[in-house]
Design a protein around this ligand. Sequence first.
Ligand code: GLV
Ligand code: MG
Length: 292
Amino acid sequence: MLGKAPGVGADMVFLDLEDSVAPLEKEAARVNVVKAINEQDWGDSVVCVRVNAWDTEWTYRDVIEVVENASERLDEIMLPKVQSAADVQALDMLLTQIEQVTGRQSTVGIEPQIETARGLINVEEICAASPRLETIVFGPADFAASTEMPVLTGGVQIPEYPGDHFHYVFAKILMAGRANGLQVIDGPFLKIRELDALRDYSMRSRILGFDGKWALNPDQVPVINEVFTPTQEQYDHAFDILDAYEKATTEGAAGERKGAVMFGDEMIDEASRKMAIKFASRGERAGMKRSS
Ligand code: GLV
Ligand code: MG
């Protein structure tokens, strides 16, 4: 899995020391992860390691062994089951000391996972807990366990529920993340062979405004990239709006430049520019080209 990770086409890769590693393998996994970071070519992917949560015995050694021995290619540490701002601050202090001792040039970022009831209640303070924060991540499987939802699979639709059972959770995490300028990421979809169901379920967090979603295996990556990348039509439309708005606001004599104009049968203004710029930058990152 570590060997295949750089080639799967994900924007970001995290190497796990937490729940996908058996307790008796935890220490050996640290060595494997460091070796993979240092020896593999990660291209332009963001590289992250998920350490164990603070309520285990492994966290501090995970952080020290990985960050002291990994090259600068390590971008971030993911901290699971974050319950409060103090969990993030403890990691921040540990990272600060390691960076001082090792002389690391770049700062290690932090990605907290919200996957407990207490974590969700405290998500606002968690998202503001450290300048190292880059992203906030939802963990649906642990969250379902924490809230005692009567489900046995994480992150999938529950047909018996007349709506989206995670709507409140998605919205709350999104607001806390956006209010603090963080990227907001949805977690795993555990039925890894059901790609149509994955596409359908991923649309929920995408439409609310999330930036991306985890993939658990290589087959999920293209589906998720498709959902979180603008369509060609949206991409072209965004540039048309940007052009029309630029023309309206800058061309003409004094007194004739307009902040709100008609674009086809809709009115556009500064808010439209802000919406369009997001489609443009996401599409550019995905390598899209504007149609001629
Ligand atoms: C991910 O860690 C999850 O619990 O869903
Ligand atoms: Mg989890």
